[in-house]
Design a protein around this ligand. Sequence first.
Ligand code: SAM
Length: 431
Amino acid sequence: MSQQSSHLNLRGHVIKTLLAVQNGQSLTSVLSQHLSLVGERDRALFHELTLGTLRQWHALKAITLPLLTKPLNNETVESCLYLGLYQLLCTRIPAHAAISETVTATKQLGFEALSGVVNAILRRVSRETEEFGEALDQAHGLPSWLFKRLKKDWPEHLQVLSVELKLAAPLTLRVNERQVSREEYLDILDEEGIDAHPCEWSDVGIILDQSVHIPHLPGFEEGGFSVQDEHAQLCATLLPNLDDKIVIDACAAPGGKTAHILECYRPKKLYAVDHDTKRLSRVSENLERLALNQYAPVEILTADATVWSAPEQADCIILDAPCSAIGVVRRHPDIRLLRQSTDIQQTVELQKQILNHMWQQLKVGGSMLYITCSILKAENEHQMIDFFNTHTDAQEIKLNVNWGIEQIHGRQLLPQQGHGDGFYYCLIQKI
Ligand SMILES: C[S@@+](CC[C@H](N)C(=O)[O-])C[C@H]1O[C@@H](n2cnc3c(N)ncnc32)[C@H](O)[C@@H]1O
């Protein structure tokens, strides 16, 4: 790849990354490979163009269709066009630079003959940015299967939701209260000249108002904070007191919630389980950096939560289930292209299996917190209706909070501009 890619300009590298996602690879799996070919000072722009184009992908597609006299049938040229349009309509990059760099990349990638079409479309749009900008804003920008589902699940929120999902999410920290309070850390950031403000719902959360390189923030190496979405930080606030309790984090990797538990409590024993060994290694790394191992004996285990038998029954189980992740598409915009409607039923089935099996690992009187970062009712409210219908020993503990939308069971948080992602929480007690 490097030989073929060495002659590419920055847009060429972005297009290659977009192409990999179009071909089914996750952004995380290809990003570092492509970033390594981009010069240090171009990396921020590379990120912005790649993530931004993916966020607007379906909206860009919608406004491009009327401009084509016949279907393109060429994924590379499709990526070139959307990247060009994204620069013209969503960034301050001067039009002449956006067009010439993108057309050059189209040629570098071997599509000299089609570069004329790319050039013509981009020039036309650059002359009519206002009209095309409006059309882009009005396009819901969701794959049609997802649009239909969200329309069914959230008819009254649909319009706002589709706009919210196209925006970038804020960069949010969770301070490690074992080391520093939120107020102290806000002062430290202020002294360093870094703009930030406290989160609204999480009392350990901080939103950064400017882009930063995380490892360069004060206290990173010492474990003063983690990067975590505000709505994900609410998990620890919903749990009962876990001091001296047996706790299982059933889908723990990469350990965001495991670490938060240890920042708040001293369990008698904490099992952090996940079936993905590679992701699980990040749990140990995180606990080490945050210096949290001293607060409980922690056992980190590679195991399948649909069959794993806990060595002892738990007082509390945190089940942050594998899900469609539609609630976090702002941070992972490749999900828009990768997720298919047929995946949802399979995911719901897996969640059901994990729920059923982990329920057996819970003591009578114990509680389980079911979590997803999805906004689809099939994985959340409907999953819980089914669970309560099939488990007569389960009783919901209503969450006494003032955030989110109350559901028949549990509460749903939708992604919100400047705030957290889409999360669902339901607390269940075994009776
Ligand atoms: C939403 S993520 C967990 C995030 C984590 N709780 C955190 O806060 O950092 C879901 C996890 O479930 C894991 N998973 C999926 N299927 C599983 C299974 N059958 N058994 C155990 N873990 C599974 C995935 O590897 C993934 O790490």
